[in-house]
Design a protein around this ligand. Structure first.
Ligand code: PSU
Ligand code: MN
Length: 304
């Protein structure tokens, strides 16, 4: 497996010295946000991780390699190249085997991070069970990945484009702890709350680090969801965003959008319908997740 991994010098050194590292995904860059906000976000988020005592490792697939850490030129390609494919577990071997360029989702980033020995990952929101998933069977591979791959995913919860209740039920069945970081309600990405609670609430990076350490020392494989609500100042009103999401969902249905196009389509619609306000919120919450993830990575690493 090692033959497929390719590290930047910064990440290789960090691994050799056992420094805290935070993995970052590329789908959020290629399919989650427009240019140039996507590249600005990607660079700022890397810097935030450095400023908080960890080393960023943005992950993507290109030239038959799993890149752990990307150069500025490579980041720019993920942000601009229209041929970048969205890669989940299913697509992973195909993209490597053909040497195509692929942006990793939460699921694929977790796979690559685990291969590289990185335990903490910061993103925006996880995929989940889609609304009417009982009819469409649209359940994100992020959930099955969380069940089996030992990486902690720091996120702002899950969007209410999803069926949050069923998403949480699925995670419970699969034994994935859903931790509220300084919150008791499961956050819904744009908003700090939802109708659902978290399993456990923790208050400090050290407490989260201890939880990760305990889970994995017990041999209980699999990931965790560390739900970190968007900062108050950038949050959108839960009811208001709900109405926007209903509109986006109706349009997706009418247009017959399916498969891996569903999530990017809905994200783009929500952005249009909120005249960019959702994008600003999206950027703010990713930055906040990066900061908290760096602190958790440092706390976890100190226990190894
Ligand atoms: N949620 C967001 N922004 C994103 C995604 C989710 O707010 O960019 C991306 C992530 O990469 C996530 C993926 O892993 O969408 C889920 O896609 P799907 O529902 O097709 O599994
Ligand atoms: Mn899907």
């Amino acid at each position: 497996m090692k033959q497929y991994l390719s590290f930047t010098d910064e990440v290789r050194e960090a691994l050799e010295k056992n420094l805290p590292i935070v993995a970052l995904e590329t789908t959020i860059i290629s399919h989650g946000m427009p240019y140039p906000q996507n590249i600005e976000m990607a660079k700022e988020v890397e810097q935030i991780i450095r400023d908080n005592g960890a080393v960023p490792a943005t992950i993507g697939l290109m030239d038959g390699k799993i890149k752990i850490g990307l150069t500025d030129e490579e980041l720019e390609r993920f942000a601009t190249d229209q041929s970048v494919e969205k890669v989940s577990r299913r697509d992973f071997p195909y993209i490597l085997a053909t040497g195509k360029i692929g942006a990793t989702t939460v699921a694929a980033t977790m796979i690559a991070a685990e291969m590289a020995g990185i335990k903490v990952f910061a993103t925006g929101g996880i995929g989940g069970v889609h609304r009417e998933g009982e009819v469409t069977w649209d359940v994100s591979a992020d959930l099955t990945e969380l069940a089996q791959t030992s990486v902690a995913v720091v996120c702002a919860g899950a969007k209410s484009i999803l069926d949050i209740g069923r998403t949480l039920e699925y995670l419970e069945t699969q034994g994935v702890p859903v931790v509220g970081y300084r919150c008791t309600k499961f956050p819904s990405f744009y908003s700090r709350e939802s109708e659902y609670g978290v399993d456990f609430t923790l208050e400090t990076p050290d407490e989260v680090g201890t939880l990760l350490d305990t889970k994995w020392k017990l041999g209980l494989q699999g990931g965790l969801v560390i739900a970190n609500p968007v900062p108050e100042a950038d949050a959108l009103d839960y009811g208001q965003i709900g109405a926007v999401i209903e509109k986006a969902l109706a349009e997706a249905k009418e247009k017959g959008i399916s498969g891996k196009q569903v999530t990017p389509f809905l994200l783009d619609k929500v952005k249009q319908l909120t005249v960019g306000k959702s994008l600003q919120t999206n950027i703010a919450l990713v930055k906040h997740n990066a900061q908290v993830a760096a602190q958790i990575a440092a706390a976890y690493q100190a226990k190894q």
